[in-house]
Design a protein around this ligand. Sequence first.
Ligand code: NAP
Length: 259
Amino acid sequence: MYSNDTLKGRTALITGGGTGIGLEIATTYARLGANVMLVGRNQERVEAAAKAIVDEGGKAAAFKVDVRSYEEVKAAVETTVERFGTLDILVNNAAGNFVCPTAELSPNGWRTVIDIDLNGTFHGCHAAYAYLKASPHGGSIISIITMLGVTGWPGSAHASAAKGGILSLSRTLAVEWGGDNIRVNTISPGPIGDTEGVQRMYIDAGNGDLEARKTALGRFGRKQDIANAAVFLASDLGGYVTGENLIVDGGRWLKYVAA
Ligand code: NAP
């Protein structure tokens, strides 16, 4: 759909790039000419994912990072620039979540999810800032959130608050860093049927059809739908788009509000 050089000469760092949506974004970016750095806590997994991209002709590397550590994120950013020469695109995709009623949620459980999702995103943005500012293409930050961070998410107050915080942070940075030619956007996926989470939570639990019908389109999305949106926002095609939350949810949130 996009031409093969849409992201040629650009370098992207993708947190949580070893699995799911992050890996799909990394693979798609590499197919469109970008160098990609995949980071996550499981070193074997990010290395295997990077190798698969290299095996199909892409340029990829991997680095072990826990996004809760600013020092580790900073080291990943610096290693990316040493390896590929620039950093043009940051995708904050890493996240953790578990379902738990708020009254039963421990402060430690709350902190863990806020730490990965919200603090991890801040760490990425802060560590990457100087390099994104220096990008000859203009920097692009894309953070993966969910509209449940806007509407509220009963049973996942921690993840909802973190995602809502990322939206707010992104809008702030879009204004603060716009003059540095850095665009800052979020993507809100709906239920993505070919991810492990949706498979486990909905499909395996026998609620697949019910959940799919909650979207206006009546079906789950695919990882590729999110990767396509992430290409648009990272490339010159989205060159005048900043502070935006691109909703790629098959009309799920609108159907929820309109019902
Ligand atoms: P996933 O496969 O579980 O991906 C999460 C990634 O984050 C993993 O690669 C994991 O790798 C990494 N990660 C977790 N904690 C980390 C940490 N402390 N430091 C570094 N990396 C960490 O999930 P997904 O379904 O693809 O979701 C990707 C993003 O889309 C998330 O932000 C999620 O909230 C969002 N989203 C997904 C859906 C959906 O339908 N799947 C819908 C809406 C939004 P390690 O375990 O190796 O660290």
